[in-house]
Design a protein. Structure first.
Length: 149
């Protein structure tokens, strides 16, 4: 239904959990290299349980390679703590791409500034950022919810 993009993910259990979220929502998981682990990683598979082998995963050498392979009208939303626009103000559409950054560093600054209009945030009180898999769950299920209203 949607496309979840993890740019340079580092922690296998996060990606495993996100794989389950993708499976549960019929979404595609896109992984942009370099990855901080092997796709054979035991922790990745454990977090994804038996489901991991069913997760539709696409691997990309770069975010540009991913974008160049999509249709011209594809829509991308960049999730960052550095935006003021709440994710729930977006009207999500089927096939949208939800782009998330790496656990330690987030998305590159130049990517965020070049795509400022497409940056969205999960408003928070009292912490610097959420766990990557938690952030994906919040936004992905809001996007799914909107398809049913
Ligand atoms: C652990 S966070 C990265 C933390 C990094 N120090 C930063 O400030 O971007 C990993 C990814 O989760 C997503 N994320 C975490 N909390 C978020 C929030 N409150 N709003 C939007 N995205 C968030 C972003 O995509 C982020 O790149």
């Amino acid at each position: 239904m949607f496309n979840v993009v993890l740019v340079e993910p580092e922690i296998p259990p996060n990606t495993g959990n996100i794989g389950r979220l993708c499976l549960a929502t019929r979404s595609t998981l896109h992984l942009v290299k370099p990855l901080g682990f092997s796709l054979e990683d035991r922790e990745l598979r454990r977090a994804g349980l038996d489901y991991w082998k069913e997760v539709p995963v696409q691997l990309w050498d770069s975010l540009d390679a991913l974008r160049n392979a999509q249709l011209a009208g594809a829509r991308y939303f960049l999730l960052t703590t550095k935006s003021k626009r709440p994710y729930y103000e977006v009207t999500f559409q089927k096939d949208d791409f939800l782009v998330f950054g790496r656990e330690t560093k987030g998305l590159p600054h130049n990517l965020l500034t070049a795509n400022a209009r497409n940056c969205i945030t999960i408003p928070m009180l009292g912490t610097r950022s959420l766990n990557l898999a938690t952030a994906v769950a919040i936004v992905l299920f809001e996007a799914v919810r909107q398809q049913h209203t």
